[in-house]
Design a protein around this ligand. Structure first.
Ligand code: ADP
Ligand code: MG
Length: 653
């Protein structure tokens, strides 16, 4: 008895229809998803000519009976759903029964398949949608689908394909992503005889990340403790980068919902919100997140290529993801490693199956644009901007009537536009050699006593450091059990003050200093309007101000810790924050921006000599902060040369 049937019209009509075959990678995606749905444990993808000339996906899944293999080529023929209600809770990657007929209509396709219960397999040959032959074949159980000469009969489509490399990068990106989502399965990608990816089954997601991206990437990541919510209806797991890993776009964010790769604004927003004040608003992390939920919680029948989803409990999902990430970041308190010169390390080989990282990010970018004719100029493409978040908090009601937000790029992240801080930007750490894979050569096995070789890469060690001195009146040098620390005194103090100000603001318990003479400030009309709106927040922060005649205010008291000579600057800066973006802020975001501004104005500057006691105090206070790794603008607070790095630089290991 066959498994596949043609969906009745009333089901077929409810399906988000559309072209699924845009380019070679979309063929690979559909075939891969079919293999996964067929329960395959071993999936091999072969391609030639960037997938234009040949794509073949071979699996060891359940296979198809001969008649099913024929039926599968009919539109809306599927074994995965049969009733309308089932569209509400789809547990498979496919469900439309559209992929095989669509691909078959624009290529020369051969299906070779054998169900385990059959003694022989079936071979079905189609070209441009026309059945050419059906025969028996000898093969192990499973399915192999070969797609040759994609778009041979649709020259217009063929013209839109990009270079072989680009199309190949799309394919590599897809196979990689699916391999990340299924570590227990084996994936192989071969292009014209060259193996691009070969990932044997592994027990954990971390091992798969290592197989695919290598040790460096794995070291930059923190693994999420898998956590569940809503009585087990949602589970989140995956990896996120430490805040010092800063990408210029969202292309390193991989989101899977029920192991399906998707793009989702809600989840992107939740990620940005988790990193707010840990990273500059213009930067993005690397994230590999797996959200698994009851199929009924998510609608995948939204978009023909199934890359978009809709959550039933959108704002719950947003907050669940944001909080999980935030807590992971706070708990890990990872310390950034100092950049090291790359030394050639004998005897250390690259992991076998490793694609250059840049290929992925490019491919991901392309993935984002998938579905859009390749020649479309970028400038006219809809940017993947963030929709305003579901509103978890009341908006600051500071404007009588909210003028409609003009269309256009939304702010890059939820983080408030904290003013840039006058200090040098940190240099991004170039990827170092593969530290975690180092083994000691026998001849150099003399490690100095007392050196921990695998230090906790965590700011926890800060509590135990011994201060050695100050460099250039700007950086505190300290020795810790795990290596040498260099701490930026301004940034460290800024982080301490930021948390202090934020805490006072949220509790409404500011500490004040009264001024001997009120400070009289003259405002522009716009500033005066802003002042009216945020006077309450100013006083919460510890300012005591009152109107003082025409467009003038008197500041009678200011937050403790803010040096009197910086008060004027701070007030104007806060007004500017209010002016620029206030309408979009939640109260919490506005307060974060305000606290960041005050912290920057109040923090010890660089080029300031510090007494040893002051340095001690600063480092102890820093260790007590919730998040000692970066300033509210996202700059790192400290660099650490690990014992291992020091030994390696001296060629002792
Ligand atoms: P859908 O995946 O939406 O059901 P497709 O056109 O992709 O539609 O596939 C049609 C049917 O063919 C599937 O429902 C499945 O029963 C069968 N099929 C396709 N690929 C495979 C495969 N690799 N192994 C087993 N069955 C397959
Ligand atoms: Mg399918």
């Amino acid at each position: 008895m066959g498994r596949i049937h043609v969906l009745p019209d009333q089901v077929a009509n409810k399906i988000a229809a559309g072209e699924v075959v845009e380019r070679p990678a979309s063929v690979v995606k559909e075939l891969l998803e079919n293999s996964l749905d067929a329960g395959a444990g071993d999936i091999r993808v072969e391609a030639e000519g960037g997938g234009r000339r040949l794509i073949r996906v071979t699996d060891d899944g359940c296979g198809m009976l001969r008649d099913d293999a024929l039926l599968a080529l009919e539109r809306h023929a599927t074994s995965k759903i049969s009733r309308v209600e089932e569209l509400e809770c789809i547990a498979t990657l496919g469900f439309r029964g559209e992929a095989l007929p669509s691909i078959a209509s624009v290529s020369r396709m051969v299906i070779e398949t054998r169900a385990a219960e059959e003694p022989v397999g079936a071979r079905v040959e189609v070209a441009g949608g026309r059945l050419l032959s059906v025969s028996e074949c000898v093969r192990p159980p499973g399915t192999s689908i070969t797609v040759r000469d994609l778009f041979f009969n649709v020259p217009a489509r063929r013209k839109f394909l990009r270079t072989e490399q680009t199309e190949l990068a799309h394919i590599a990106s897809l196979v990689t992503h699916y391999s990340l989502a299924h570590p227990a399965k084996s994936f192989e990608l071969v292009h014209e005889g060259r193996t691009l990816l070969s990932a044997a089954p592994v027990a954990t997601a971390a091992e798969r990340v290592f197989q695919v991206f290598g040790a460096e990437t794995l070291e930059e990541l923190v693994e999420l403790e898998p956590r569940t919510a809503a009585e087990g209806r949602f589970t989140l797991s995956g990896f996120i980068s430490r805040p010092q890993v800063q990408k210029t776009n969202r292309n390193s964010i991989f989101l899977f919902v029920n192991r399906r790769l998707i793009r989702d604004r809600l989840l992107l927003h939740a990620i940005s919100a988790a990193y707010a004040n840990l990273m500059p608003p213009s930067a993005f992390p690397f994230a590999l997140l797996f959200l698994d939920c009851d199929p009924g919680e998510v609608d995948v029948n939204v978009h023909p290529s199934k890359t978009e989803v809709r959550f039933r409990a959108a704002s719950f999902v947003h907050d669940f993801v944001r909080d999980a990430l935030r807590e992971t970041l706070v708990a890990s308190r990872p310390a950034p490693a100092a950049p090291l010169p790359s030394l050639p390390v004998p005897g250390v080989s690259q992991p076998a199956a490793r694609l250059p990282y840049s290929e992925f990010t490019q491919a991901l970018e392309d993935f984002r644009l998938a579905g859009i004719p390749p020649d479309t100029p970028r400038s006219v493409l809809p940017e993947l901007t963030l929709a305003p978040p579901p509103e978890p908090q009341p908006r600051l009601d500071l404007q009588p009537a909210d003028p409609p937000t003009p269309p256009g790029p939304a702010p890059a992240a939820a983080a408030p536009p904290t003013p840039a801080c006058p200090a040098a930007e940190p240099a991004a750490a170039p990827p170092g050699p593969e530290a975690s894979r180092l083994r000691l050569p026998d001849t150099h096995a003399s490690i100095p006593e007392g050196l921990a070789l695998d230090p906790p890469s965590s700011m926890a060690a800060l509590e135990q450091v011994r201060i050695l001195g100050q460099l250039h009146d700007s950086f505190i040098i300290a020795a810790g059990p795990d290596g040498l620390w260099i701490i930026d005194q301004h940034v460290a103090h800024e982080r301490i003050l930021f948390e202090k100000f934020l805490d006072r603001l949220s509790r409404g318990r500011a500490e004040q200093q009264r001024l001997l003479l009120p400070l009289i400030l003259t405002l522009t009309p716009a500033q005066e309007a802003d002042y009216q709106r945020i006077a309450g927040e100013l006083s919460r922060a510890g300012f005591e101000t009152e109107p003082f005649g025409h467009r003038t205010i008197a500041v009678k008291a200011a937050p403790a810790d803010l040096p009197p000579q910086n008060i004027e600057q701070a007030v104007f800066e806060i007004l500017e924050i209010a002016d620029a973006e206030l309408r979009r802020f939640t109260v919490e975001e506005f307060r974060a921006a305000l606290a960041a501004s005050l912290a920057c104005r109040a923090a010890i500057k660089i080029n300031t000599r510090l007494e040893p006691e002051k340095m001690e105090w600063l480092v102890r206070e820093l260790a007590r902060t919730r998040y000692p790794m970066s300033c509210p603008h996202g700059r790192p607070v400290a660099l650490r040369y690990s014992n291992r790095d020091i030994l390696r630089s001296f060629h002792r290991i």
